[in-house]
Design a protein around this ligand. Structure first.
Ligand code: HEC
Ligand code: HEC
Length: 285
């Protein structure tokens, strides 16, 4: 725990009327289906200034929530993956094509590894794209289909399928070259204090991970488990939706889902988890 943000955090605690208690993340290992080994803890990437070890949010959850992720039959997020597997083969749009017509069957797993390197610079567009942007580009430019709602269930389910195809691979987003500017912008957002509570992402997820806030065990706010099945919402939740909830908790007006600000923030947050395994769809409370 670090103390530089104690004052702002004390404000947050006063409002939620709970005391701060520190609870260590569990010492546990995640192997999915007794097969896929997940790195939930590793050395922090070099660019991290204040954290030596990065940890998956999985380590901060209760036993029963963690257990749901050990076997796909117990993971309700897999229903979204299965729905996307059907969509994968469905023709849509004026070009008369399905995803599988160009990308092959799911089993061929041509897109294995894609999730681990997104968000990523797209040369033609001249900007950083999330995997959601890439999928919508396929729909509008290659299929002649309508773009999916960024936060809609078609998109979130397909995003979960993309995570599933890369599951167990280390997150490895590039932060140099043409992506550097966007990464810097994301970093700035991460350290900016928002809202009446004047809290930055870093105040909670860097200075206070391990502490309890309300009934929640604060994690490092890593993105490697997304989309995440949230038990509270009983559905798969996309990363930008999670960002939105966190910003709203500081009583600030959040950026829009899919906005350039959230794309930049996603790149920065993903880079803080470089080395952790892609774990989505994860289960969280
Ligand atoms: C008409 C052919 C076509 C169809 C149909 C199509 N795609 Fe693509 N897709 C491509 C091409 C070409 C690329 C670019 C590959 C590259 O530049 O590496 C691409 C890129 C992608 C990427 C980024 C991959 C990466 O490694 O950067 C994702 C993710 C993706 N498509 C998902 C989908 C999904 C989901 C669908 C169905 C909704 C779909 N695509 C439909 C041709 C297609
Ligand atoms: C007031 C404290 C607070 C602030 C500020 C905050 N969060 Fe969170 N965040 C939480 C809590 C509580 C959770 C749920 C428990 C956990 O995983 O930490 C959470 C969860 C997350 C998760 C999900 C992690 C997982 O593994 O499921 C991500 C990602 C995240 N936050 C990112 C952010 C980002 C980015 C910002 C800044 C825009 C931010 N948070 C600001 C409190 C905060």
């Amino acid at each position: 725990m670090r103390f530089k943000a104690m004052t702002a955090f004390a404000g947050a605690l006063a409002i939620s009327a709970v005391g701060a208690a520190n609870a260590e993340p569990v010492d546990d290992e995640l192997v999915i289906n007794e097969d896929v080994e997940i790195v939930t803890k590793t050395d922090a990437p070099e660019h991290m200034e204040y954290i030596d070890e990065v940890m998956s949010g999985w380590l901060f959850r209760e036993d029963d929530t963690r257990d749901m992720q050990r076997d796909d039959f117990d993971n309700p997020g897999m229903l979204g993956v299965e729905a996307a597997m059907e969509t994968w083969d469905e023709v849509d749009g004026t070009a008369g094509k399905a995803c599988s017509d160009c990308h092959g069957t799911i089993d061929e797993a041509q897109l294995a590894g894609a999730r681990a390197v997104y968000p990523k610079w797209n040369e033609n567009a001249g900007e950083v794209w999330t995997i959601e942007t890439a999928m919508n580009a396929c729909r509008t430019e290659r299929m002649g289909a309508e773009a999916w709602d960024y936060n809609g269930s078609d998109m979130i389910n397909m995003s979960a399928l993309m995570s599933y195809l890369s599951r167990g691979m280390p997150m490895n987003v590039a932060i140099d070259g043409p992506a550097a500017e966007t990464w810097e912008k994301g970093k700035e957002i991460y350290y900016t204090r928002y809202g009446q509570l004047e809290l930055a992402c870093a105040n909670c997820h860097e200075d206070h991970y391990g502490d309890m806030i309300r009934a929640d065990h604060l994690s490092q706010g890593q993105s490697n488990g997304f989309p995440a099945y949230r038990l509270k919402d009983a559905k798969l939740v996309g990363l930008h939706n999670r960002f939105k909830g966190c910003i709203r908790d500081t009583r600030a007006e959040p950026f829009a889902i899919g906005s350039p600000e959230f794309v930049a923030l996603e790149l920065y947050v993903a880079s803080r988890g470089n080395g952790l395994s892609v774990e989505g769809p994860s289960v969280r409370n």
